[in-house]
Design a protein around this ligand. Structure first.
Ligand SMILES: Nc1nc2c(c(=O)[nH]1)N[C@H]1C(S)=C(S)[C@@H](COP(=O)(O)O)O[C@H]1N2
Ligand SMILES: [Mo]
Length: 203
């Protein structure tokens, strides 16, 4: 007897499906904009990034100074807690490691609060923004990052849900203890691993 037809077994899993975390769908070429606050107009000349808190050398970089750091890029997928994922994105900027090398976290610095110029905040374990896992980015697909997507510069932490990737980021503060950012105080998870579906506090 012939075995069950393919229809019985359902659609075969493709390599693309395997890249989709549980509960997510592929948004294709769309890139939804999700912003809690009005979109600020920040010019590269007035933008800067500061790394402070539990570090040996609190440091601020201007637009030009951050561009003098080694160039780095991310090619891969991003995942929003509202269930869209976007495959094969391409961002360019610098690795957060390059900033941490200069600022040097103290032994006690274990967590990071990322703060945007607008006041939006999000907290992350330090280990999730070092070791080649997080970037400051100013280019998407070879073009300047648009204002609505966080231009001139946003944080990119693509292995966590996208609310951790603060748009218009201007400060990374190292902390001894975890403190909650904007969405975390409003019920979102402190870590936000999409593969573990860490959407809400308690997940
Ligand atoms: N400053 C700021 N950064 C933010 C947000 C925000 O509201 N303000 N939203 C977060 C959320 S919930 C998501 S899903 C992504 C959305 O980024 P996008 O609009 O570029 O898709 O940005 C994150 N970073
Ligand atoms: Mo989100």
């Amino acid at each position: 007897m012939a075995g069950p037809t393919r229809g019985f077994l359902g659609r075969a899993r493709t390599p693309r499906d395997a890249r989709l975390p549980p509960g997510q769908y592929d948004t294709g070429s769309d890139w939804p904009v999700l912003t809690a606050e009005p979109t600020p107009r920040i010019s590269p000349e007035t933008w800067s990034i500061t790394v402070d808190g539990q570090v040996e050398t609190p440091t601020t970089w201007s637009w030009d100074e951050v561009h003098a750091l080694p160039a780095a890029e991310y090619r891969g997928d991003i995942h929003c807690v509202t269930t869209w994922s976007k495959f094969d994105t391409h961002f360019a900027g610098v690795s957060v490691d390059s900033l941490l090398e200069v600022a040097r976290p103290t032994e006690e610095g274990r967590f990071v609060m990322a703060t945007a110029k607008t006041g939006y905040t999000t907290n992350l374990p330090l280990d999730d923004v070092r070791g080649g896992k997080a970037w400051l980015v100013w280019e998407f697909d070879g073009r300047p990052l648009s204002l609505e997507h966080g231009g001139p510069v946003r944080l990119l932490v693509p292995h966590l849900y996208f609310w951790k990737s603060a748009k218009w980021v201007t400060r990374l503060t190292l902390m001894k203890r975890d403190q909650q950012g904007f969405w975390e105080r409003n019920g979102y998870h402190d870590r936000g691993d999409p593969w573990l579906q860490q959407r809400y506090q308690g997940d």
